[in-house]
Write a protein that binds this ligand. Structure first.
Ligand code: MD3
Ligand code: FE
Length: 211
């Protein structure tokens, strides 16, 4: 079943969906705009690229990263790397982004990686698990900016039933506990459903502890 989002941002209400915690409208319009500016700087310093899957096909989502590690894939497989494929360390994770992690996860440890996923109309992400990290006791935190995305999340087996709901600009999703190893993906984005990003499209940030 799909959720029907309210017309405006909602604050203070956390929804539990398939073991994931959704904070609808966690970021107000001003915070979202500031964060898009910070991400534009990262994309300028470390240009997004479409990783090649182990099947040899480029992903439809363009990616870059900030932090100690960035996520990378080629025919040899998926892994975290300390440099952009064109050379050079990844830019630091912006404090605007770290602040969200510190509020919802805590100050014990900051994430090692902020993966930046850029979706243009038609981009999607197939059902997968995130298991390239060393310690699954740390949650993954996801921040949605720009166009809305129909997100799918299931259980820890690919054959488990999935729930679908829309992720909207400013929403923050926390994946901890059983949800940390849940299969998930993005079916599609709704083009031009948000005016936040000047060129359109959707940006999703995922914060991860890698080591
Ligand atoms: C559930 N990104 O980068 S974010 C990914 O919208 C990824 O770009 C999607 O899946 C996106 O790996 C979904 C929500 C999300 C992120 C990580 C998860 C859900 C997750 C890890 C475990 C379970
Ligand atoms: Fe994922």
């Amino acid at each position: 079943m799909e959720n029907t989002p309210p017309p405006g941002p909602t604050t203070g209400t956390a929804l539990h969906i398939g073991g994931a915690t959704l904070h609808p409208g966690f970021l107000d319009a001003e915070s979202q705009a500031a964060m898009v500016g910070d991400i534009a700087r990262i994309m300028h310093l470390a240009p997004p690229f479409s990783p090649i899957t182990s099947w040899g096909k480029p992903m439809s989502v363009a990616m870059t990263s900030a932090g100690k590690y960035g996520w990378f894939s080629d025919r040899r497989g998926y892994r975290y790397v300390t440099a952009h494929p064109a050379g050079g360390a990844w830019p630091p994770i912006p404090t605007s982004v770290l602040a969200v992690w510190r509020r919802l996860v805590g100050r014990t440890r900051d994430p090692d990686c902020c993966l930046v996923n850029h979706y243009r109309p038609g981009a999607r992400m197939g059902l997968h698990q995130d298991r390239d990290e060393a310690d699954f006791s740390w949650p993954v935190l996801s921040i949605s900016l720009g166009d809305e995305a129909r997100f799918a999340i299931g259980g820890t087996r690919r054959s488990d039933p999935v729930e679908r709901f829309w992720l909207r600009s400013g929403d923050v999703l926390l994946l901890g506990g059983a949800a940390r190893l849940a299969y998930h993906g993005v079916d599609r984005i709704a083009p031009e459903s948000s005016a936040l990003i000047p060129q359109g499209g959707r940006i999703n940030l995922t914060l991860r502890v890698v080591d």
